[in-house]
Design a protein around this ligand. Structure first.
Ligand SMILES: [Zn+2]
Length: 267
């Protein structure tokens, strides 16, 4: 984690110095400041710990939070890492919270690991109820680079299997598309999913009466695959935030609340 408590105050691992005692805002247990060369500065729980904030955190996730926060700070915005929103279900921390100049709160959810549809819908509804704008940014899987190819100045994957939460995020954003993060290059891509058509091969067989029958020989929409178009890459510092509102909508298996959503736009 990137933020700890020190003498009653929140402090991030970048400004913290070795010496004082730091504690976890969740379990109050002692955490150790890690200022290494390779890994982003962070706090780690002293083992053993049963704290839920001590598990599941990856270096890539911490890096992504730091990159987004730095870019927003450079623009003069108030920014808090791992900001606690008391009404959030489950982990009450937004990865990054920003305040627009007119006071609009904007939560960044950098999704390194898959999240269940129920959970993402509960979280999204919670942000919406609190009038906090939200943006969900899935991490790109390395498979995307193996399975795709350069196309129109961007990247194209013809047979992409979106994870359920990615379909949900894409649906939340509608025509804005879905921003995605490449942890290897630390860059952002604007992704769009489109229907993928599969060609069903023509087959023929003879019925008992000796007539020849034909089937196939046409395209059908794939349920599993989508075409993924990625536009980019872009550095976090090249992106600006635009907030808009969307109406509630439901479709088979997915629900989106009426919400304020944040979109990234090119400067
Ligand atoms: Zn803890």
């Amino acid at each position: 984690m990137l933020v700890a408590d020190c003498e009653g105050k929140r402090i991030d691992a970048f400004t913290a110095q070795k010496g004082p005692t730091y504690s976890c805002p969740e379990c109050r247990g002692e955490v150790v400041l890690k200022k290494g060369r390779k890994v982003v500065h962070h706090f780690a729980h002293k083992p053993p710990t049963t704290c839920t904030w001590a598990t599941g955190e990856t270096r890539a996730h911490m890096e992504a939070k730091a990159i987004v926060a730095d870019a927003l700070k450079t623009r003069g915005l108030r920014v808090e890492l791992e900001y606690v929103v008391n009404t959030l279900p489950g982990d009450r921390r937004a990865d990054v919270m920003a305040w627009s100049p007119n006071g609009q709160l904007i939560a960044f959810e950098l999704q390194h690991t898959p999240i269940g549809i129920d959970e993402i819908e509960r979280r999204a509804s919670s942000y919406a109820s609190a009038n906090i704008a939200q943006i969900w940014i899935p991490f790109l899987s390395p498979k995307v680079w193996d399975e795709g190819y350069p196309h129109n100045g961007g990247w194209f994957v013809q047979r992409y299997t979106p994870r359920s939460f990615e379909r949900w995020v894409h649906g939340l954003n509608g025509k804005n598309g879905m921003w995605m993060y490449d942890p290897k290059e630390q860059e952002f891509w604007l992704g769009r999913l489109a229907s993928h058509q599969q060609y069903i091969n023509e087959t023929s067989w003879f019925s008992e009466g000796g007539e020849e029958n034909f089937a196939g020989g046409y395209y059908k929409y794939s349920k599993r695959f989508r075409e993924l178009t990625l536009n980019g890459p872009h550095k976090a510092t090249d992106l600006r935030i635009a907030v808009s509102t969307r109406k509630a909508f439901s479709t088979a298996g997915y629900n989106w609340p009426a919400a304020r959503i944040a979109n990234l736009t090119l400067a």
